[in-house]
Design a protein around this ligand. Structure first.
Ligand code: GTP
Ligand code: SPV
Ligand code: MN
Length: 594
């Protein structure tokens, strides 16, 4: 027996009988175990040592060139009833899915070590935290899980105390895209992943457990599992507001979570505290407010674009003890990606760099590092009860139409804003990049059940005794006619967060528009910004004609969820559409006056 919990021992035995590994290793999560695994991977070539003078404890992993991102078309949510998966998921009958993937697992670990990885998502003593066990044949997965979760003996002890855990089985198989599946069985609290060693496909605590399985559990138990960062904004009076923000993959969560205040704000005493950069679990507390934890213990962040100008906190975090995946190398073995100074010598596939082959670092290359390495890591990130959320923010990459910021009138309107979210696709998933698609609450790839039921769950938090956060929508990615970003973004996004906090505290009025409340003239602090007035006008403009088409498109999108769409959301969409119809355009008004 390697565990005092029979259910765990039994499952490990069962999996070993199917996969037939040469040996089984129960992970204890110690430094010694980590170092031994790194050593073994250096010897096998799975890891490459980086320049230890400039980057102590840092290593590079090159994944298979066909295995560099999440694979949404191979990701399935297998509810017993197809209807429960919704049009937002790929579905397979659970029995058929088990049969299909178990056939691939048969003998797949022959000659390999099977690692049993107990982990806890969330502070180990938090009532909001949940545990799981990942079985994997990838030592790269084990070391990443060690950084990304509370992994090892303490997690196993909690699992043995609680008697239940999420089961995740993973094998890299042959890394063949034709033999690759990421399957979820929410009713069985089980995940089965085969054929990929990359990020969200393989680190099963992350997207598979903490979002797809957890969103299903959260619905049944009255909480929320979201694709959100959590950031604390401390004002010069020393008061901190916590904000949770949902942006789709590679749309700015890590950057916002670690932002450095603009010069003037720093002088005035503003501070930013990082609690989480990708996933947020929240539930109502006794005082009616929503309390949030970051279930992760590390960052699996996008490397390209990370620089001293954009995100110095991330750059400092990865100065030591980080694992890089699919970045390029300089001539002296330092990690390199687009956005950094210096020149690449070797590309992400290990070839001498040639611009004709495309970027030197893969656009979805990433770093893995412990969260407490971040200079702005919040002391509250370990608080078992979580942090109270003052504002929820939705946003995406929208080159046009969506203003820099708008506030929802109330919770229902905010849920509509989240449901209506759209964004251009990025390199975080395989497939075309830059295509505008709806991505409700940034959860399109991660909601483990029918979006209609999910919207209803969101609406259900609007209770008489609830003290709900205000909901906002932002767009850092509005473009000018020449294709350049209108808003400077990054640290200057604090200006927008400050406006939100002023609204939360009731210090400013904003202006009511049919689509929500926008900053009134002079409310958004733009001092010290080299932003001409015309740009600001464009960023805060509401084009009623274009918005009428947008509301019609939102109506069509919502209708695609059929009878499971909550009536309240349909009514809300109609309310906004009607408000837009009632606007009398300036030219028309002039014409009427004439
Ligand atoms: P996942 O880890 O995939 O969930 O992504 P994420 O949402 O954490 O995205 P991240 O912060 O890593 O940003 C992804 C890309 O967006 C990077 O290339 C950034 O440089 C860029 N980006 C982030 N914030 C801004 C911003 O405010 N303005 C602009 N123009 N680009 C930004
Ligand atoms: C994302 O794609 O949203 C990520 C990276 O955060 S992955 O872990 O690969 O899902
Ligand atoms: Mn993510």
């Amino acid at each position: 027996m390697a565990s005092t919990l029979e259910a765990l021992d039994h499952w490990v035995t069962e999996v070993a009988a199917m996969t037939r590994p040469a040996r089984i290793h129960w992970c204890d999560g110690t430094d010694g175990e980590y170092r031994a695994l790194v050593q073994q991977m250096l010897e096998s070539g799975t890891l490459i040592e980086l320049n230890q003078q400039t980057h102590p404890g840092c290593y590079l992993h090159r994944s298979h060139p066909s295995d560099v991102a999440r694979v949404e078309h191979l990701t399935f949510v297998c509810h017993p009833d197809e209807q429960d998966a919704g049009p937002n998921n790929h579905w397979m009958d659970p029995a058929a899915a088990h049969a299909k993937i178990d056939a691939l697992y048969d003998g797949c670990m022959e000659g390999r070590t099977m690692y049993v990885v107990p982990y806890c998502m969330g502070p180990i003593d938090s009532p909001l935290a949940r545990c799981g066990v990942e079985i994997t044949d990838s030592p790269y997965v084990v070391v990443n899980m060690r950084i990304m979760t509370r992994m090892g003996a303490a997690a196993q002890a909690r699992i043995e105390r609680e008697g239940h855990f999420v089961k995740g089985l993973h094998s890299v198989g042959e890394l063949d895209p034709e033999r690759r599946f990421i399957m979820h069985f929410p009713a069985e609290l089980t995940i089965k992943s085969y054929g990929s060693g990359y990020g969200g496909n393989a680190l099963l605590g992350k997207k598979c457990h903490a979002l797809r399985i957890a969103s299903h559990q959260a619905r049944n138990e009255g909480w929320l599992a979201e694709h959100m960062l959590i950031v604390g904004i401390e004002n010069p009076r020393g008061e901190t507001h916590y904000i949770a923000a949902a942006f789709p993959s590679a749309c700015g969560k890590t950057n916002l979570a670690m932002l450095i205040p603009p010069e003037g704000y720093r002088r005035d005493g503003w501070k930013v505290w990082t609690v989480g950069d990708d996933i947020c679990w929240m539930r109502p507390g006794a005082d009616g407010r929503l309390y949030a934890i970051n279930p992760e213990a590390g960052f699996f962040g996008v490397a390209p674009g990370t620089s001293d100008e954009t995100n110095p906190n991330a750059l400092q975090s990865v100065a030591r003890d980080a694992i890089f995946t699919n970045v390029a190398l300089t001539a002296d073995s330092q990690p390199w990606w687009e956005g950094l100074p210096g020149t690449p010598a070797i590309d992400w596939q290990g070839r001498p760099f040639d611009p004709a082959h495309g970027p030197a670092a893969h656009p979805n290359s990433r770093f893995t590092v412990a969260a407490n390495r971040c200079p702005t890591w919040s002391a509250q990130a370990e608080a078992p009860q979580g942090v109270p959320i003052s504002a929820i923010v939705f946003g995406g990459r929208r080159p046009s139409l969506l203003p820099l910021v708008m506030e929802a009138r109330d919770w229902t309107h905010g849920v509509l804003m989240g449901a209506a979210m759209g964004s251009e696709t990025t390199a975080a998933a395989t497939g075309a990049v830059g295509v505008l698609r709806r991505d409700s609450m940034a959860m399109k790839p991660f909601c483990g059940y029918h979006y209609g039921d999910y919207f209803r769950h969101w609406l259900s938090f609007d209770q008489p005794d609830a003290v709900l956060p205000k909901i906002f929508h932002v767009n850092w990615f509005r473009k000018d006619k020449d294709g350049t970003f209108l808003w400077p973004g990054y640290g200057d996004n604090l200006r927008v967060l400050e406006w939100m906090i002023q609204r939360v505290e009731g210090r400013i009025e904003g202006v009511q528009t049919p689509i929500g409340i926008l900053p009134a003239a002079g409310e958004l602090r733009v001092d010290g910004l080299n932003l001409d007035g015309r740009k600001l006008d464009v960023l805060l403009d509401v084009d009623h004609v274009a918005w009428r088409s947008e509301l019609a498109a939102i109506g069509d999108y919502l209708a695609s969820f059929g009878s499971r769409l909550p009536e309240a959301l349909r009514i809300e969409q109609q309310r906004v559409a009607r408000a837009l119809d009632n606007v009398i355009e300036e030219p028309r008004r002039e014409a009427m006056a004439r």
